[in-house]
Design a protein around this ligand. Sequence first.
Ligand code: AMO
Length: 434
Amino acid sequence: MCEIRDSSTVKVGDGVVTVKGWVQDIRNLGGISFIALRDRYGVIQLTLPKKKIDPELFGSITKLSRESVISVTGEVKESNQTELGVEIIPSAFVLESEAAVPLPLGVIDKVSAELDTRLNNRFMDVRKPEVKAIFELKSMMVELIEEAVRSNGFTQVYTPKIGAAGAEGGAELFKVKYFEKDAYLAQSPQLYKQILMSTGLDRVFEIGPAFRAEHSNTNRHVTEFISFDGEMSWIENEEQVMAMIEEIIDHVLKGLKEKGAKQLALLGKEITVPARPYPILTYSECLKIVNDGGLDLKEGDDLGTEGEKIVGDHMAAKGCDLYFIAEYPEEAKPFYIMEKDGTPYSFSFDLDYRGQEISSGGQREHRYDKLVARMEKKGLDPKDFGFYLDAFKYGMPPHGGWGIGIERLLVKMLDLSNIREAILFPRDPARLAP
Ligand code: AMO
């Protein structure tokens, strides 16, 4: 039995080893054949000089279909023709799984397939090293996020994804049958993370799925995304929440630049780490920038995709990639956001990354009567939110928090063109499988 190795650890002097992977390519040049065998870490060359190899083995291995999975044993030799500086001369192989022909999607073919075709054949698409790299970076990003929040005393929590009420507006709720009752898929952990503030678990975070019945077919909306939520008590203003997000994002950008260097190089991307503090613009300032840029928005209007882009260009000209937009009109923000008394504004913010919102948050209304009044003002029936409101009746500290769309952050970091590229199996109005 010889040692099973991955492609990245095979070196000259190893003797006989076993490697396992996918047959990426076979070149038959008459007297000699070459097989590129791919595993998670890279591609290793199998070299088959016809005269020196058992004829039966030579015949069967060189006829394999591309992407078949094999286990190969052979001697490691030095090679100055390969990237790894080694090649393997096979002495035995096992065909673990034969790939059907033709392939639904090429792994090494130069022609770049349509995103839809790629997503329909995601199992094949992710075999491409540059696609796999996106998901390795996503995993590192989550690890870095967790590092940053844990070091700030946050406790990880899990809140239900099936519930009786939504927090982010009725139009985007997915209704599901829950035995004899109607229930909804969670749009965010908003109600629960706030309830937790009354328990004394005064800093919590959650990274989990969020569902939005979003009928728009854009490159930044999906119906299921991963939301990174945080909620913290004892704040005096929303700027403390903004400072926390800034610290987390800074840690993620710096960490990814270092830990993800190999994947970033594969993708041909570079991460820039903006200087801190990130600028804070007010909604009113943005409205002026947007209208100077040619739109005609009125006080209270949503900045919209176009408006966000104009602000993004304005900030890019100043060399700013990440910036907060604060003090939105209270009417533009959900019921749980605290109003700035005596003004039409609220203690809310968004974090935008090169012209696109990646996060929103703010200080919450923690005073029971004001919260109920705000719900009524928004046309909601407080009776539907009894389980949430109860937590505000018996001692609730001042608090605030944020929600960050993990994929939106990744898309902007890596400058991807569509949010679906950052999701293994995306869900949108037209896509329910794979
Ligand atoms: P909001 O609704 O702004 O706020 O969502 C927070 C962040 O989630 C991401 N996001 C989405 N990503 C992909 N597809 C979608 N359809 C989608 N919808 C939202 C965005 C957005 O900035 N409870 C509040 C947050 C808070 O105040 O704590 C909330 O959910 O990146």
